[in-house]
Design a protein around this ligand. Structure first.
Ligand code: SF4
Length: 959
């Protein structure tokens, strides 16, 4: 397809009939792609339906999403909005009908949800809340409170009951005056500046504050709001914004702060993991992983039902459940009493209590009955965390300050929040959604960085058990059953026996050597993998007659996973105690059994068996989900709108076919935005041969050719000579990267590999000293297999590049340092989500094409499934998409904002020979693409571009 023709499609969206919102509250004049994105999104949210929005990184995608979606959200509670069709009307302020609006309608930004929140918040102790904060904090708090209540009063005045006296704000006005240093009203004698007030004075005054607040908040406001809550309300939709990583979510919150919405009374909840939010230092330690923290936290909460107290017998069951419930939930009555008690305590007392509780538990050397941070202060925490926008770090700090669990505190706001910000795995899993209380009905879901959404859904619902874990589960259930056999009810004992039978059947099936159907098996050398029919497999195991629904229900209802875990710990059962409950073998088996009950065509069962006896424990049985629609359909059906956004969403047909095929075409909005970066800031070159004219062919059979690897090394050395700043080099896989580096070390630099002197980091930052010779002054960094090493590696890489920029005014005068080279892997940690902006990456080099192994049994299944379901060679298209999406993600590292510039070098003859490859590269890169005829041609082009960039750089500096 000609480039010109494609350019006309670049901003393709069903936007013909958009009744444009006059102006979006964007912080500056938006670029055309930003305006298009906002309009398309607004239209989708207004009309309902689905949108797939593709906008390159650095084009202000997040900001556009915020301005459009929150603008729409606020319009939902505006007076002119609520017609029966649910359509938003625009420009209310200037509407000629403005005066005719019913006085019963609410002013903007003060919808019923907000009033609900107020009602909830008024119930808690204000005094104890204030005790945690400085006078400045309290003043800000009261100022906000006053603003809200003034709006509330205005609303009530407009309402039918005009005779009532309205003085909610009276008490707050007095307090606010006092905080502003205007003296205590009604006999107050203190006229000094608030800054100079002593602590004692503050404590005395706090009693006065308490009386005021108690009187005005409890006696008047509460019942006013109570009465109001009886009225039928229209629920304003929630926006659930999801992205892949927490750093991306953090960035999203930062972007909101740049907009006017930071000042709106929007309740924003940022959900995170215990690793980020757990305030218990005994549990959340630096070196400890998230699974360990989850495990410890759950253990503390469930300690009432730890081993020794595990009873399935009916007599004790009720008591045990009540006990367990006690530790996980704070009962409503308990909350009320504790809140009243809290009013009477000082901050110091509370802190002491929390610490004392933890210390006592430590002294006793016992498992704590409950985490000391899981207390009544959680309510106050949830109140304070919504008064203004808090990101996850601020929530953690607030939790620390208040000695309240931030993890559970945040969850309390999910139901009332206007905007929920969460990683998208929490949305995809139904169980996670339910445990968090995330509602889908009529709400809006926006999934950012959605390019890997389908793969994530499939991976989340793929379950695997190995022979080893099955053996552990079997041993555990058997011992548990033997120990308590006489105490089980007949029905429970029968279910446990059934479970044992299932485990034995699986063990026998996986323990047998070899696979039955060798004709369809994939031979991977040391192992053989085969796809089996789920029903046939159960028939072979002789358990096909069993009702797995009932069995899995039994496991879940009796919390068997948790109980067995506790049993293993208390009875010191070999190996079993080391198993995490979150990765329990029994939980894996239950998930697998549930998956086997899915329709057969939606997934596949793969059995892998190893030939060597010592490897036999690794024999595995895996269920892979092939149809992501099974789990995503509920989100699409229940939500008002679902929006997928990302930098590289092409080909969008992939999403439409797999996730939205049941939605009418007119309800699916597709938009592909252009980049905001000028065309002369980007150079993309394809390179098909090296300096000695050896062809670059990275296909599997040729990729180890030594001549080609030498030629590759020489090409990169030459390009590195002219590139200023950082250069990022991508290989297809870790294995291939290691092979190439090993080859270069032997053939291009005859020196041994050494660690850099004084390098405080671990061995993964292999600074290839031989490559100092190869690459002149550049230091070479290599990506590590371990994700924990990413941060320190990036830090070192940055340090190598930025002294160059900060210390030298002109790159040409730089003799001591010439930047750095980062060698990494497509699909690794460096290829996604890392911002290599400006000098961190002035050139990105892609070596080869990262096609997956077509013989891989899982990939084969997916391709076959797509061919069957969608036809038209859909499997091969999927295979091609996987590769090109990975390429696009990697090369997208070079340009990160509108003033950025950089070169992209695509090394492989296939880039210049195959149109289908180039067609899948984003259009903004295609426009700057040049097919070099030789290495000299490519080198000349890059040199010229670098000169041009230097002039751009100088201009930028002058600005
Ligand atoms: S309850 Fe909260 S603070 Fe306590 S261990 Fe669990 S996550 Fe951490």
């Amino acid at each position: 397809m000609a480039l010109e023709q494609k350019n006309t499609e670049i901003a393709k969206c069903h936007v013909e009939n958009i009744s444009k919102p006059t102006v979006f509250p964007f912080p500056y004049t938006p670029y055309p792609p930003q305006q298009q994105l906002m309009e398309c999104l607004y239209r989708t949210l207004t009309d309902g339906g689905v949108a797939i929005l593709s906008s390159p990184t650095g084009t202000g995608k997040s900001l556009s999403i915020i301005c459009s979606s929150l603008h729409w959200l606020l319009s939902q509670s505006s007076p002119a909005h609520t017609n029966k069709t649910g359509k938003a009307k625009e420009s209310h302020t200037h509407s000629p009908n403005h005066k005719k609006i019913s006085p019963k309608k609410k002013p903007a930004r003060l919808d019923d949800d907000l009033l609900d929140q107020q009602k909830k918040k008024e119930k808690f102790s204000y005094l104890s809340t204030f005790c945690y904060f400085s006078i400045k904090d309290c003043r800000q708090y009261l100022q906000k409170k006053l603003e809200i209540l003034e709006q509330y009063e205005q609303l009530e005045r407009n309402a039918a009951n005009k005779k009532r006296r309205y003085n909610h704000t009276f008490g707050y006005s007095l307090l606010f005056s006092w905080f502003n240093g205007e003296g205590l009203p009604a006999g107050g004698t203190n006229q000094t500046d608030t800054k100079n007030r002593s602590v004692n004075e503050w404590m005395v005054c706090s009693s006065v504050i308490y009386l005021f607040i108690y009187f005005f908040a409890t006696n008047q406001k509460t019942f006013e709001l109570e009465a109001r809550s009886q009225k039928k309300k229209k629920k304003t939709p929630q926006i659930i914004y999801c992205s892949r990583t927490h750093s991306q979510l953090q960035q999203f919150i930062k972007e909101i702060r740049k907009t006017k919405f930071k000042d709106d009374q929007l309740e924003i909840v940022h959900l995170g993991s215990r690793k980020q939010l757990c305030v218990n230092d005994d549990i959340n330690q630096k070196q400890v992983g998230v699974e360990h923290i989850n495990e410890k936290c759950l253990e503390m909460q469930q300690s009432a039902s730890v081993p020794g107290e595990v009873k399935i017998h009916a007599k004790n069951k009720k008591a045990a459940t009540a006990k367990g419930g006690e530790s996980t939930k704070i009962s409503a009555a308990g909350q009320k009493n504790e809140a009243v008690q809290a009013k009477k305590r000082s901050r110091a007392q509370m802190e002491n209590e929390a610490k004392h509780g933890a210390n006592e538990a430590k002294k006793k050397g016992k498992k704590q009955s409950k985490c000391p941070y899981l207390n009544d202060r959680i309510e106050q925490f949830s109140l304070m965390s919504t008064l203004e926008m808090h990101d996850i770090e601020q929530c953690f700090e607030l939790g620390k300050k208040m000695n309240a669990c931030a993890y559970y505190g945040i969850r309390k706001n999910v139901a009332t929040a206007h905007l929920i910000v969460a990683p998208y795995n929490l949305l995809i899993q139904e169980s996670a959604r339910e445990s968090l209380g995330i509602q889908l009905k009529d709400n809006v879901v926006i999934i950012d960085e959605a390019h890997n959404l389908i793969e994530t859904i499939n991976a989340t619902h793929t379950f695997c058990v190995t022979l080893q874990t099955l053996q552990l589960a079997h041993d555990l259930v058997k011992q548990y059953f033997s120990k308590y056999e006489n105490r089980f009810k007949f029905g429970n004992a029968a279910r446990l026996k059934q479970l044992l039978k299932v485990l034995e059947a699986f063990l026998h099936y996986l323990g047998e050597s070899g696979v039955q159907d060798k004709s369809t098996a994939f031979n991977g050398g040391s192992f053989t993998a085969v796809v089996v029919n789920g029903d046939d497999m159960l028939f072979d195991m002789k358990i096909d007659h069993m009702n797995f629904y009932e069995l899995t229900d039994f496991v879940e209802q009796h919390n068997l996973v948790k109980k067995l875990h506790g049993f293993a710990i208390s009875n010191v059962i070999d190996n079993a105690a080391s198993l995490s409950r979150t990765k329990s073998p029994l939980a894996s088996l239950t998930n697998l059994l549930k998956s086997l009950m899915n329709k057969e065509e939606n997934g596949a069962v793969i059995v892998t068996k190893y030939s060597a006896i010592e490897k036999r424990p690794q024999n595995e049985l895996k269920y892979i989900l092939l149809n992501p629609d099974v789990h995503f359909k509920r989100i699409v059906d229940e939500c008002r709108s679902v929006v997928l956004a990302g930098g590289t969403m092409q080909p969008t047909s992939h999403f439409v076919q797999q996730l939205f095929h049941h939605i009418p075409a007119e309800k699916v909005h597709v938009l592909s935005c252009d980049h905001v970066v000028p065309q002369d800031h980007v150079l993309a070159v394809t390179l098909k041969s090296g300096p000695s004219n050896v062809k670059f062919d990275f296909t599997f059979k040729n990729r180890c050719d030594t001549k080609m690897l030498n030629e590759l090394g020489r090409s990169i050395i030459n390009i590195a000579k002219v590139v200023m700043g950082g250069m990022v080099l991508f290989f297809n896989s870790f294995d291939y990267m290691d092979l190439v580096l090993k080859h270069w070390k032997q053939h291009l630099a005859n020196l041994p590999v050494k660690k850099k002197k004084n390098c405080s980091l671990r061995h993964f930052i292999i600074v290839y000293e031989p490559f100092h010779n190869m690459f002149f002054q550049q230091t070479v960094f290599v990506e590590s297999h371990s994700s924990a090493d990413v941060e320190p590696l990036l830090l070192q890489y940055k340090e190598c590049i930025y002294p160059l920029v900060e210390n030298k005014d002109d790159h040409e005068t730089s003799k001591t340092s010439h930047g750095a080279i980062l060698i990494c892997v497509v699909g690794g940690k460096m290829s996604e989500g890392i911002n290599f902006q400006d000098d961190l990456c002035r050139c990105v080099i892609m070596c080869g094409l990262p096609y997956a192994n077509k013989n891989d049994i899982e990939l084969k299944q997916r391709m076959e499934y797509l061919n069957k379901k969608l036809g038209n060679d859909a499997g091969n298209k999927y295979y091609q998409n996987l590769c090109m999406r990975a390429v696009n993600q990697s090369i997208g590292r070079a340009i990160r904002h509108k003033d950025d510039f950089g070169a992209i070098v695509l090394i492989d003859q296939r880039y210049s020979e195959r149109d289908n490859i180039i067609n899948d590269i984003p259009l903004w890169i295609q426009r700057s693409l040049y097919h070099a005829t030789s290495f000299g041609d490519c080198f000349h082009k890059i040199t010229k571009f670098v000169k041009h960039c230097k002039s751009l750089y100088c201009k930028e500096k002058e600005k």
